[in-house]
Write a protein that binds this ligand. Structure first.
Ligand code: NAP
Length: 250
């Protein structure tokens, strides 16, 4: 199956590095024109855009904090002024502030909920009017197995990621009549800066819980995102699909 996204316009939040970079590259390689959002990592985002262009694709940079409605609305206004349409939103931006529950500070809880959950709400709301007008759209939210399983030291992150699953189902129900689908992708453990800080002992403990016995590459998440963004996935909405080496089996 060849996925063709030519003529489509995509916005990837946190697209400068990690999974977001792989998603931006994959969407652009399939033919989409991709806006790469970043917050603090301008150089990494510039490298992503350069990599897309070197591969023959089209990409643009756009700075915004995903949880800041003014910044996000301005970004979407500018994107629409340039491209006249918006077909794909990938809500990928995310952070961790790990601490055991008894020691977790208010700020650690709030920061993670703010970026990882409010950010998804703010960005989704910002694109719905245009997608409704088009009577088509694809919203793909990057959740996590941690939202399904919980994890020691990640109450904030697990709550935000579980929240994304309910948010995705509601988006799917509210927007189905407008031809807009919404799905969540739940990665397991992926080789990015987010997991690079794990100690060797933790890594081994995690590996023991993964049937495929390895961490994934960001491109393996991007492949699923590309599929969900394509016409081939037109009848899939409100779902959570795992890319986790078999960690979660329903
Ligand atoms: P990463 O390498 O740490 O990258 C995080 C990305 O999020 C960066 O591009 C960062 O942009 C962006 N970001 C953070 N706060 C932002 C904000 N306020 N506004 C806009 N962008 C913001 O992480 P990753 O591993 O690629 O993770 C990407 C997504 O996958 C996250 O939602 C994460 O929770 C999820 N996930 C990751 C794994 C994993 O094993 N790595 C597993 C499950 C789910 P700047 O650098 O420009 O700030």
């Amino acid at each position: 199956m060849k996925l063709d996204l030519s003529g489509r316009v995509a916005l990837v939040t946190g697209g400068g590095r990690g999974i977001g970079r792989a998603v931006a590259l994959a969407l652009a390689t399939a033919g989409a024109s991709v806006t790469v959002n970043f917050h603090t990592s301008a150089t990494a985002a510039e490298e992503t855009v350069a990599a897309v262009r070197a591969a023959g694709g089209t990409a643009h940079l756009a700075q915004a904090d995903v949880a800041d409605a003014q910044q996000v609305d301005a970004l979407v206004r500018e994107l629409l002024a340039n491209h006249k349409r918006l077909d794909i939103l990938v809500n990928n931006a995310g952070i961790t502030r790990d601490a055991l529950l008894m020691r977790m500070k208010d700020e650690e809880f709030d920061q993670v909920l703010h970026t990882n959950l409010r950010g998804v709400f703010v960005c989704t709301r910002a694109v719905l009017r245009q997608m409704s007008k088009q009577r088509s759209g694809r919203i793909i939210n990057i959740a996590s197995v941690i939202g399904q399983l919980g994890n020691v030291g990640q109450a904030n992150y697990a709550a935000a990621k579980a929240g994304i699953l309910g948010f995705t189902k509601t988006t799917a129900r509210e927007m189905a009549s407008r031809g807009i689908t919404a799905n969540a992708v739940a990665p397991g453990f992926i080789e990015t800066e987010m997991t690079a800080t794990l100690g060797e002992e933790t890594r081994q403990t995690i590996l023991a819980r993964i049937p495929l016995a390895r961490f994934a590459q960001p491109a393996e998440v991007a492949n699923l995102v590309c599929f969900l963004a394509s016409d081939a996935a037109a009848y899939i909405t409100g779902q959570t699909i795992n890319v986790d080496g078999g960690m979660v089996m329903e």
